[in-house]
Design a protein around this ligand. Structure first.
Ligand code: GAR
Length: 192
């Protein structure tokens, strides 16, 4: 299963996926390409480190969504690498029907909360401020409605009374790093 990772940030989840691959823990999945909408994103530096092609794809003209010319460029880049699975790992843009339909049922996203709770931006901060006793992370299929597609798997993280936003964030990220590679490995052996 050929996997393309899309991300906008530091890429710690992409790193977790690549480390799992190096350690033989990614099932039949293989990361063939990393794409970012930010030219200076840390995720792009993982390419040379792990021997995976990594490149910036210009997302213009929109700021927060992927539509029009930028969307067409991403569709082409994903097609070019022959991806069977598109993994959004901190890709901070809303996908629109063009890309969603081009890769229907093949796009998954990682979100830092127990969806359907706290969708959208800053899932960890939202949960922390709401004072919940438990939060976590979710891997789900991507659909037009943001953070609302079918849930594949979740990991739970208890919120301790001593937690600060920083300690909670570290725990949620650690849970993400464990969850996402496991889900990809499983999809690679069950996907038709
Ligand atoms: C992760 O916490 C991921 O859940 C979140 O961005 C972070 C990316 O970190 N995604 C979203 O909030 C999507 N709505 P990373 O670049 O270190 O993998």
């Amino acid at each position: 299963m050929r996997v393309v990772i899309l991300g906008s940030g530091r890429g710690s989840n992409a790193e977790a996926i690549l480390l799992a691959q190096q350690g033989g823990r990614l099932g039949a999945a293989r990361v063939v390409q990393i794409l970012s909408d930010k030219p200076d994103a840390g995720i792009l530096a993982l390419g040379p480190r792990f021997g995976v092609p990594a490149k910036f794809v210009d997302p213009a003209p929109f700021k927060t969504k992927l539509e029009g010319e930028g969307e067409a460029r991403f569709i082409e880049a994903i097609r070019e690498c022959g991806a069977d699975l598109v993994v959004l790992a901190g890709f901070m843009r809303v996908l629109k029907p063009g890309l969603l339909n081009a890769f229907a049922g093949k796009i998954i996203n990682l979100h830092p909360s127990l969806l359907p709770a706290f969708p959208g931006l800053d899932g960890i901060g939202q949960a922390f401020r709401a004072g919940v006793k438990e939060t976590g992370c979710t891997v789900h299929y991507v659909t037009l409605e943001v953070d609302a597609g079918r849930i594949i798997e979740q990991a739970r993280v208890p919120v301790e009374t001593t937690d600060t936003l920083e300690t909670l964030a570290a725990k949620v990220h650690a849970a993400e790093h464990r969850l996402l590679p496991v889900v990809i490995a499983r999809l690679s052996t069950t996907a038709k």
